[in-house]
Ligand binder design. Structure first.
Ligand code: MSP
Length: 504
């Protein structure tokens, strides 16, 4: 089955930070897991390059918006490559094909009668590129997110008849209670809808950095319409000479942060309905990363966890693992270097890496590197025989942290198992040879299964370890533990330098 998933596209008014990275990593983890399951995955990310935030920052840096966008988009792309993000395409909203397709879709919305000319009078946040309702602003007419004073706008604009979709959206929400996840985010979207939908600006006449409105070239589209449509337009040109739209639309999953919930859960389905297009299956809303002190990360407070610094010292898998393990997907989470170092040393280096090295060394020493092809310890199979099914269910509910926690139970159990069974003692007594076979086969199989399950989180390390275990296959079908015997009995292992060298 096709599985099309997307991240938010990042503004190129600055350089990528940990919040951007977190979202891309989480989405990548889901994409990799779905590929393991044999799904026909298409994973999209990219950059949002029009609108005021970008034009303003370009000007502040003495560059043309396009030059500024080119420079910063390259930085996002480069970081995603370093983080192992396995996106199938990277869309830039300044791509000519995107621009043409946006015009085509919104022309359709116009032709369908959902656009009219009106005057916008109200509050606007240039940093959010968002027209705020009275209910959304805080004391002193300020933006609740940026806390800056909002500007009062009075402008003749083209309007989108959002209000015409009140009852259709209500019906959609009622029929698809998991359209927005987690439940808290669904409640927030439903509350916005219950407040009653008002028509919104579709175009702007006072800025020029955007996509021209085809029926009125003195206007450009309001950046959010241009941006949201990326999810749809990308499919039409991501592959040279091929249109993937029929194969992948509607999307299965949009992953976004909580600050842009309204756009994705209300505006976006309404635009699609207005253009006679099907609505995506799920929008998953993740939380915000905060500094370890519980405050917003900010350079001036000096509490920023810098992804580049972490990559230098700990490597990409440590960063991926830490963020996915530490922060409950869908909730805010506090992260910092101390917490990362602690989890790196105790979990990755000790519990996982060290367990793997010891197991490989014991198979080498006691069985000349060949994994005994014997039934596994029934006790371990009883406890973890259904682990892969549980992990699958976790993923289906987007409980990424839960998938890791469940898998880690196995890693910890195997650590206790080594201590309990003390293979180095068994090896001294020839009468215990069968018992030793069973222990080694069980350890090998347990680490193998755990590594298949952890592969989406730590692809580099799990991949290397699986190769050293002599069982490089990462198919999800190979993630189970079976009483009948190991999937990889009889294979030969090879040695491996420490996967996660201890760091002080
Ligand atoms: N360009 C819009 C999105 C358009 S999608 C059609 C935008 N860009 S952004 O660069 O400001 O944010 C991109 C994503 O990063 C959003 O999903 C946002 O929620 C997320 N994050 C930005 N800061 C974050 C944290 N501190 N923590 C977690 N995610 C955060 O909004």
């Amino acid at each position: 089955m096709s599985f099309y998933l997307t991240t938010a596209i990042d503004y190129v008014n600055g350089v990528p930070h940990l919040g951007h990275a977190y979202e891309k990593i989480a989405t990548d983890v889901i994409a990799r897991h779905m590929r393991q399951r044999g799904e026909d995955v298409f994973f999209l990310t990219g950059t949002d390059e029009h609108g005021e935030p970008v034009a303003d920052s370009a000007r502040a840096n003495g560059l043309e918006p396009q030059q500024w966008a080119d420079r910063n988009a390259a930085r996002f792309k480069a970081l995603w490559q370093r983080l192992g993000i396995s996106n199938d395409f990277f869309i830039r909203t300044t791509d000519a094909q995107h621009e043409a397709k946006v015009q085509e879709v919104l022309q359709k919305v116009y032709d369908n009668g959902f656009v009219y000319k009106g005057v916008y009078e109200g509050w606007y946040c240039p940093r959010c590129a968002d027209f705020k309702t009275e209910a959304e602003i805080i004391e002193g007419n300020r933006c609740p997110i940026h806390e800056i004073e909002l500007t009062r706008e009075h402008e003749e604009n083209w309007f989108f008849k959002l209000s015409a979709f009140q009852s259709q959206l209500e019906a959609h929400f009622a029929q698809h209670p998991d359209f927005v996840q987690p439940a808290r985010a669904m409640n927030e979207a439903a509350a916005f809808l219950e407040g009653g939908l008002q028509d919104i600006s579709l175009s702007r006449s006072q800025i020029s950095w955007g996509i021209t409105v085809p029926w009125d070239p003195s206007h450009v589209f309001y950046v959010w319409f241009d941006a949201l449509l990326n999810y749809y337009t990308a499919l039409s040109y991501a592959r040279d000479g091929e249109d993937l739209t029929d194969r992948y639309w509607p999307a299965q999953l949009h992953v976004i942060g909580k600050d842009i919930l309204k756009f994705h859960t209300i505006f976006w389905p309404a635009v699609l309905l207005a253009a006679d297009l099907p609505v995506p299956e799920h929008v998953f809303v993740h939380g915000f990363l905060m500094a370890a002190d519980g405050r917003k990360m900010s350079k001036s407070l000096g509490n920023v966890l810098d992804p580049f610094e972490v990559l230098e010292t700990y490597g990409v898998d440590a960063l991926r693992y830490y963020l996915m393990r530490e922060v409950v997907f869908g909730a805010d989470g506090a992260v910092g270097l101390e917490g990362l170092a602690a989890r790196y040393n105790s979990e990755l280096a000790n519990e996982y890496g060290n367990l793997a090295s010891r197991t490989l060394a014991m198979i080498e020493r006691y069985r000349a590197g060949v994994v005994p092809d014997v039934p596994l310890d029934p006790e371990i199979v009883r406890e973890f025989g259904d682990l892969s099914e549980r992990v699958k269910a976790r993923f289906d509910n987007f409980e990424l942290h839960g998938a890791i926690a469940d898998t880690w139970e196995l890693v910890r159990r195997l650590n206790r198992y080594v201590e309990e069974r003390a293979p180095w003692q068994l090896a001294k007594d020839p009468a215990q040879s069968q018992a030793l076979d069973q222990v080694l086969a069980t350890l090998h199989e347990g680490i193998r299964a755990a590594s298949v399950l952890l592969y989406p989180i730590v692809p580099g390390s799990a991949g290397k370890l699986l190769a050293a275990l002599g069982a490089p296959d990462t198919d999800f079908a190979k993630a189970g533990l079976s009483a009948a015997g190991p999937l990889a009995g009889g294979v030969t292992v090879s040695s491996l330098p420490p996967l996660f060298p201890k760091r002080s």
